[in-house]
Design a protein. Structure first.
Length: 437
């Protein structure tokens, strides 16, 4: 997996991702402490609003940004967005009112909503070979998982010698380092597509996404991943600290189990995907998440909540979670032309976060109103619904070059020089507005 780091351009982009993630992780810790300073016992409401603002920015801004990402130089765009994120983070230590936090977080997360899908869409252009791109996806997943461990640890060490406001300076440094790494390499910028209206450009990525069967299946699997992930991220603290009465370090180890499962999957997936297609691997990952939640619910009903069982369940949930999410970039790459790729990655970014926007409050409400077992069963049911929808929406026979006809084109059109019925790598575009049946 790590041999792809010999590619200088990708190495710099990967390092840019790592330092930006570390900076974001420091900001997450600092925001919690800032919210408590500003709102006291109302900090939970402030943080809940902050996370809602984040998701709204992701869902609303990403498609708009993706629509125009091919109109500007990608390196200039990414560096500019990093500068905007750094500027917003630099202002956070000086806020005195809660509404100022909301404004700055919306600005920062709007820039992230434009940065992340554009960055993700650049990687397949830097690494066009599928095997190398697969390893890049696994390395990216590994970076996210390591950040979940490294950022809280680094924050704890820094807080021993400085105030939490100083953590925001670490965030600024992370985004600044990301900008410097991006500006140090030349990035491919595909030729822009033909001029289109604003509505057409803004909705193009989502229209391509929803018209492609494998991507509709991906969206259903994203719903399952968000259901299982929300159970872990929202309710682990209640089970560990409240039900089990364990320490903060036990909470950290429990979250580590989820991250470790995800890292394990990221390490082994490249070899598995060399021999198996994406669909069975991702469906199996969805099944593992569902069985883990159901198994934990059964264990609680039989003998109460036990920490070793919870650790095992979260390890398996993390493994299934990564098996669903890691190959998703391969599907997006396979389902779009280079000039449409930023819009399609932006559609994935927005639609997947819309799933989280539904799963987060559901997980919290079920746990608060009914307890751990109903929450586990409810979210497992939602994940199972996503898995069944994926089975129905994503056909097992998913040829990359299906036979199709062009009866609507004039006989002298160059696309049908080989005949009206033909095969080629098929993606949704102006000549192919619908998937062939």
């Amino acid at each position: 997996m790590f041999e792809i780091l010999t590619d200088r351009t990708y190495r710099h982009l990967f390092l840019a991702q790592v330092v930006a993630l570390l900076g974001t992780g420091l900001a997450t810790v600092a925001l919690g402490l800032l919210a408590y300073d500003l709102a006291g016992d109302g900090a939970a409401m402030v943080l809940g609003t902050v996370f809602t603002i984040k998701m709204v920015a992701y869902v609303g801004i990403a498609p708009i940004a993706g629509a125009f990402a091919d109109r500007v130089n990608r390196r200039v765009l990414l560096v500019t967005l990093d500068v905007v994120r750094a500027a917003a983070a630099l202002c956070l230590p000086f806020v005195t009112e809660v509404w100022q936090v909301y404004v700055l977080i919306f600005l920062l997360q709007s820039a992230s909503a434009a940065f992340t899908p554009t960055f993700q869409a650049t990687i397949p252009d830097v690494l066009p070979e599928e095997a190398r791109y697969t390893r890049a996806l696994s390395l990216s997943r590994l970076a996210y998982d390591l950040e979940n461990i490294a950022s809280p640890t680094l924050a704890a060490l820094l807080l021993a010698v400085m105030s939490y406001n100083s953590l925001f300076l670490g965030t600024v440094a992370g985004f600044a380092a990301s900008a410097l790494l991006v500006v140090s390499v030349l990035l491919p910028s595909p030729e822009p597509a033909e001029p289109r209206g604003i509505y057409d450009r803004t909705t193009r990525g989502i229209r391509i996404y929803l018209a492609t069967p494998r991507l509709r299946g991906l969206l259903a699997l994203n719903l399952g991943a968000s259901a299982a992930g929300a159970m872990v991220l929202v309710n682990t603290v209640v089970m560990v600290r409240g039900t089990l009465g364990l320490s903060e370090s036990a909470l950290a180890w429990t979250m580590f189990a989820f991250g470790a499962g995800s890292m394990l999957a990221a390490l082994i997936l490249p070899r598995i995907l060399d021999h198996l297609r994406d669909r069975p691997v991702m469906l199996a990952g969805g099944g593992v998440m569902i069985l883990s939640l159901l198994g934990l619910a059964a264990s609680i009903l039989a003998a109460g909540l036990a920490w070793p069982v919870l650790l095992g369940a979260w390890l398996l949930t993390g493994l299934g979670y990564s098996a669903v999410l890691t190959p998703s970039g391969r599907l997006l790459r396979r389902s779009s032309h280079a000039e449409d790729r930023p819009a399609v990655f932006a559609a994935q970014f927005a639609l997947s976060h819309a799933c989280w926007l539904a799963s987060y409050p559901l997980a919290g409400w079920l746990m608060t109103a009914a307890g751990a077992v109903p929450a586990l069963l409810g979210l497992a049911t939602l994940a199972a619904g996503g898995l069944l929808a994926a089975l129905a929406l994503w056909p097992a026979a998913d040829p990359e070059a299906p036979l199709h006809r062009h009866d609507d084109l004039p006989s002298d059109h160059p696309h049908i020089a080989g005949g009206r019925a033909h095969r080629h790598g098929y993606v949704i575009d102006d000549l192919h507005p619908r998937w062939p049946h």
